[in-house]
Design a binder for this molecule. Structure first.
Ligand SMILES: Cc1cc2nc3c(=O)[nH]c(=O)nc-3n(C[C@H](O)[C@H](O)[C@H](O)COP(=O)(O)O)c2cc1C
Length: 280
């Protein structure tokens, strides 16, 4: 309940632009944590993350004296969507703001990604990889390109319990290169390709080879992701590294249609996506 009152109060302060000022407490705000010293007894430090004027995440931390909040740990998905942060200190016995807010830009973590030179390229026969690609798009702001087969796969084509189905025939032929409808016009503009596919027979479908054959990706970073019934992504990453010897192929991410944003964000951060985006 207390939390909701605070959320409401922070929202009202934002709407009416009210930030009270006083001088007692001292804030330290970094891109991962906020701390306040000299907080009165029974205080609440609120960290609010914003994308422009939109509130994307909120977390509160209670204490007296020194209060530290680690919002990178507490709301990583919101952090990935945010470009600025405000910190409020509240004195709970009166439920009024005690101390001013502090604002810091989070350029290095996320805002740079909105105009990043990253492209999400994905193939999805039944929608799972597309769903994961959409999650990645929300977290990165990257452009998207769907690999659409010139000859769409029917249910029968994908029925891999049938040895002769189209998908199995393709996977049994290393030279198979199913045609793609359309193309990426401006591949030169992208430094990072987030490449998604379903796992077929332990690796990537042949249509991904068609895509790789169609562009010069040397010098670019390729970040592979996949969905599967249960198989991992490692084998396909090894294949990608041998095909794209002049690209930087990062560790891959295997998810499902409903993978959490925080898991995806962790992969993006661990593999330097946001640093690359802010350097671009
Ligand atoms: C031809 C074919 C082969 C498959 N092989 C595997 C496999 O080796 N391992 C696995 O875990 N899942 C396998 N699957 C399941 C898919 O990887 C899984 O359903 C995936 O999420 C589908 O993604 P999509 O909806 O984006 O097409 C296979 C599916 C098909 C159609």
């Amino acid at each position: 309940m207390k939390k909701y009152i605070l959320i409401l109060a922070v929202s009202l302060m934002l709407i009416f632009g009210g930030c009270l000022t006083s001088s007692a407490a001292e804030f330290t705000v970094t891109d991962t944590t906020a701390a306040v010293t000299d907080a009165p007894a029974d205080s609440e430090m609120i960290v609010a993350l914003y994308s422009g004027e939109t509130l994307t995440g909120l977390s509160s931390y209670s204490g007296s004296g020194s209060i530290t909040g680690n919002y990178a740990e507490d709301m990583p998905a919101a952090l990935g969507r945010s470009d600025s942060i405000k910190v409020f200190l509240w004195e709970l016995s009166t439920i009024v703001p005690y101390e001013d807010s502090f604002e810091a830009e989070l350029d290095e973590l996320s805002s740079g990604s909105n105009d990043s030179n990253a492209l999400i390229v994905y193939f999805s026969a039944t929608g799972n990889t597309e769903s994961l690609a959409n999650t990645i798009a929300r977290l990165t702001g990257a452009d998207m390109y769907e690999i659409v087969p010139e000859d769409p796969y029917t249910d029968e084509d994908l029925n891999y319990s049938n040895d002769d189905c189209r998908a199995n025939q393709e996977m049994n032929d290393p030279d198979a290169r199913p045609a793609i409808a359309g193309s990426v016009e401006n591949m030169d503009e992208y430094d990072t390709i987030l490449l998604g596919y379903p796992i077929w027979w332990g690796t990537m479908p042949r249509i991904i080879n068609t895509f790789l054959d169609s562009y010069d990706l040397s010098g670019k970073t390729i970040m592979p992701f996949c969905t599967s019934g249960s198989s991992g992504i490692t084998s396909s990453v090894t294949t990608l590294r041998s095909i794209c010897a002049y690209s930087n192929v990062t560790d891959g991410f295997r998810g499902t249609a409903s993978t959490s944003e925080s898991a995806v964000l962790n992969w993006l951060e661990t593999n330097g996506f946001y640093e690359a985006a802010s350097n671009s």
